[in-house]
Design a protein around this ligand. Structure first.
Ligand code: CU
Length: 490
């Protein structure tokens, strides 16, 4: 083992301390009082350590079409045997053999063509969570016949917006997602400033029994549906405690997806400062320094992290509990992955994190239609079910909206626990939660609704008519009835 040169390290720390103060001073030095023009320059680009993400990053799907502007990928849902727990073989459900499936990477304006084949033992679909696709490509059973075993379906997706999205089944979805079917979609914007070396982090969980078999997707019956099933094994990109490497002072841009069927992810990186860059629909208008990131199922966050030196060179990035049942107790933190820093001297070039990342206009509203949705529970023949406005998914007629007519939706939650509300196909901006506007303006497709609160959101109904869905993204809750259809008419 290489002996450590303490005095040199301490000197490096002192230099870094000075650099950090400079960095803090310039952290938001580039903000404009009146946002206009292109965003400011981002951090200085410095090569990360060799192999920095090789243990943790998911593979990227190969582009099979050489034409510019078209990214074509082959995606196959199939069973595969993986060693998720050391020495234990588990047959999981995968896209292309891995958990998560391959990251699909393209640029804004590209057409993404996905040749999807189903080799699962049951029908499935692929839903493109957050992407503003055509209604017939949304991958729900409202949009298409499920793809039966052995069949192929071609999804054609025109990528309108940069950001971090994800894909997963939308039939039998709690079960199929719980068994491992999910992957990230990254849409890059060539005009965005460099904001750090890009890492996709798909966070999830999975239920694995002592003999290595998967916990049945309908484990615990009604209780599992009602409480939302959480797997006993937490996964960062399909792995238990993988290692990410970094160099002090070299920026990383984490694109985090919560792909768990029910589990909230509250991510903390002890000893490090995170800057939240954006969420579901790409960059927010402004960067925001944060101590933790909370993601309800379905949500994403983009986070900039410029690692500071650590006394022992490594931090454990932690999952922390979120009290979604409001019972007043939290489970112990769980280590998700190791963030190991090299012994290279910290890069103390002046770090420039632009405060203003993007200009986002408020959703245009003039005397908008207002729809009120109460997330609620009721009893049917002595069994608790979940629904919206008194009706379960199977009872409710579709809501109506019109392409080109933006709306305000008011969500309330009369149950005793949280529900992450997801709208397919259209971005919205949260106007306020109990009258308090969010700290930054951003595009979203999922918002957590806490008990007894009122979330007001403005939906931009651009011209993509068709039948869409909205539901709680605790997928077990969607199965228990908290789901509805939305007919967007031309
Ligand atoms: Cu729910």
């Amino acid at each position: 083992m290489k002996p450590r040169n303490r005095p040199q390290k301490q000197a490096a720390r002192l230099r870094w301390g000075a650099g950090l103060i400079a960095a803090c001073l310039t952290l938001f030095a580039c903000s404009d009082p009146e946002p206009s023009g292109p965003p400011d320059d981002g951090p200085v680009r410095v090569d990360p350590p060799a192999g920095w993400d090789s243990d943790i990053a998911p593979p990227t799907a190969e582009d099979l079409d050489p034409s510019p502007g078209i990214v074509e990928v082959a995606l196959e849902a199939r069973l595969a045997t993986r060693e998720i727990l050391p020495g234990v073989r588990t047959e999981v459900w995968t896209y292309n053999g891995g958990i998560p499936g391959p990251t699909l990477r393209a640029r804004r304006g590209d057409r993404l063509v996905v040749r999807f084949t189903n080799h699962l033992p049951e029908p499935t679909t692929v839903h493109w969570h957050g992407l503003r696709v055509a209604a017939e490509m949304d991958g729900t059973d409202a949009a298409q016949q499920p793809v039966r075993p052995g069949e192929t379906f071609v999804y054609t997706l025109d990528l309108l917006d940069a950001g971090t999205y994800w894909y997963h089944p939308h039939v039998h979805s709690s079960w199929q997602v719980g068994y491992g079917l999910y992957g990230a979609v990254v849409v890059e914007d060539p005009e965005e400033p460099f904001l750090g070396d890009d890492l996709v982090l798909v966070l999830s969980d999975i239920g694995i029994e002592e003999d290595g078999t998967l916990t049945p997707g309908n484990d615990s019956g009604w209780f599992g549906d009602y409480f939302g099933r959480e797997g006993n094994v937490l996964l960062a990109n399909g792995k238990v405690l993988p290692t990410l490497r970094g160099r002090a002072g070299v920026a990383q841009r984490w694109r985090i997806v919560n792909a768990a069927r029910s589990r909230y992810q509250r991510l903390s990186v002890p000893g490090q400062q995170m800057v939240r860059l954006g969420g579901d629909g790409g960059l927010a208008e402004k960067a925001l320094p944060v101590d933790e990131i909370v993601l309800a199922p379905g949500e994403r966050a983009e986070v900039l992290i410029i690692p500071r030196p650590q006394p022992d060179g490594a931090v454990r990035v932690q999952w922390r509990d979120w009290d979604r049942f409001h019972i007043g107790t939290l489970r112990d933190p769980v280590d998700l992955f190791t963030f190991a820093l090299t012994e290279d001297a910290p890069v103390d070039a002046t770090v420039r994190v632009p405060e203003r990342l993007r200009t986002i206009e408020p959703v245009s509203l003039s005397n908008p239609p207002v729809q009120r949705l109460e997330l609620m529970e009721k009893s049917v023949d002595g069994t608790g079910v979940l629904g919206i406005n008194g009706l379960t998914a199977s009872e409710a007629p579709p809501l109506m909206a019109h392409a080109g007519v933006n709306e305000v939706w008011e969500l309330t939650n009369s149950t005793a626990y949280d529900h992450p509300f997801h709208l397919h196909g259209f971005f919205f901006q949260v106007l306020d939660i109990d009258g308090v506007a969010p700290a930054v303006r951003e595009w979203r497709d999922t918002v957590n609704v806490r008990p007894g609160t009122r979330v007001r959101m403005a939906i931009q109904f651009d011209n993509r008519p068709g039948m869409w869905m909205f539901h709680c993204h605790i997928l077990d809750h969607a199965d228990l009835g908290m789901m509805g259809m939305l007919h967007v008419m031309p």
